[in-house]
Design a protein around this ligand. Structure first.
Ligand SMILES: NC(=O)c1ccc[n+]([C@@H]2O[C@H](COP(=O)([O-])OP(=O)(O)OC[C@H]3O[C@@H](n4cnc5c(N)ncnc54)[C@H](OP(=O)(O)O)[C@@H]3O)[C@@H](O)[C@H]2O)c1
Length: 286
């Protein structure tokens, strides 16, 4: 892969993909509204729902592969703006897959553990998926349509990701700041995830592309934890009081999008391939 296009380069995963890209790869990053300053990538801003711009760009660059990490990625926003979610999460994703099929180049779509309803975890790739929010529904529609359009495409279902990005904010960065400054944080005792470090997930994505895989892959972490257990571990490793972590339940927080209880992923297929997400403890020891 000499020349790779990364969509969503201004997002959390985009930053992680830039940091882990194989050397000597010519990178082209597409962002939309948030300008990116990065050295190892050629940057361009446009809206991926504008198909003529997308087509022109792919035609001009003639990439060897496309990693599609752009999305409306917040479930609550998708629930409130389903049309916007459908445009970027489904239609733009399908269009990119169509172009990748036409050019016969590897295409990796970033999906989510939220395609599952959370009632039968841990989930393997072939398990039935019944999303309970618009974001999960749209990602599942995109997955199915992409694999119909282009069966050689890769669908990487990603878990909750942690890590400290430079540009964007995320729950992990916010919690770390709050804990270190003695502010309490609330965390669900009844919401389980197999979180993974964003850099490890990004390495997993490069691995799937380098190994010319296709189909659905789970890139979850190795540890199944509730958000509350996760926060308690963070407090411990940061040397902060565990009393700062206030347990809460999903029913106590009203949100537009329903939240599945347990979407832990069984990622043994990817582990066997060499995907190696670290444990949370290692992040703090490093
Ligand atoms: N973060 C997680 O824990 C997590 C978990 C599971 C799956 N995922 C999936 O992983 C992928 C990356 O997530 P992320 O956390 O990096 O998301 P993010 O931080 O919210 O970034 C989203 C990216 O998409 C771009 N984008 C949105 N609408 C666009 C449009 N119409 N045209 C062009 N670009 C557009 C944004 O550009 P601007 O910011 O420049 O507007 C941004 O670069 C997504 O597919 C997401 O669904 C993420």
């Amino acid at each position: 892969m000499k020349k790779v296009i990364i969509t969503g380069v201004s997002g959390f995963l985009g930053e992680m993909l830039l940091q882990t890209a194989p050397v000597a790869t010519e990178l082209w990053g597409i962002y939309h509204t948030n300008k990116v300053m990065a050295k190892n990538v050629n940057l361009i801003a446009f809206d991926l729902t504008n198909f003529s711009l997308v087509e022109q760009f792919i035609y001009q660059i003639k990439p060897d592969a496309i990693i599609h990490a752009a999305a409306l990625s917040k479930p609550n926003t998708c629930e409130l703006l389903p049309e916007s979610s459908f445009a970027i999460n489904v239609q733009a994703s399908e269009y990119l897959a169509t172009l990748a099929a036409e050019y016969q180049i590897p295409f990796l779509f970033t999906s989510t553990d939220l395609v599952f309803d959370g009632k039968n975890a841990p989930y393997k790739e072939e398990d039935a998926s019944y999303p309970i929010c618009v974001y999960g529904e749209h990602k599942l529609i995109a997955e199915k349509n992409i694999l119909t359009i282009y069966p050689q495409a890769i669908v990487a279902r990603l878990p909750l990701m942690y890590g400290i990005p430079n540009r964007v904010s995320n729950f992990f960065k916010d919690w770390q700041i709050q804990l270190k400054t003695g502010q309490p944080i609330t965390a669900f005792i009844d919401e389980y995830r197999t979180a993974a470090h964003g850099l490890d997930v990004a390495k997993g994505i490069w691995l799937l592309l380098q190994q010319q895989q296709s189909g659905i892959w789970h890139l979850g972490g190795r540890e199944r934890m509730s958000r509350h257990e996760f926060a308690l571990q963070m407090a411990t490793y940061l040397g902060c009081s565990r009393k700062l972590v206030i347990p809460t339940q999903q029913k106590d927080v009203l949100m537009p999008a329903a939240r599945p209880a347990d979407v832990s992923l069984d990622s043994s297929k990817a582990f066997a391939l060499g995907y190696a997400p670290q444990m949370l403890a290692n992040f703090f020891k490093a």
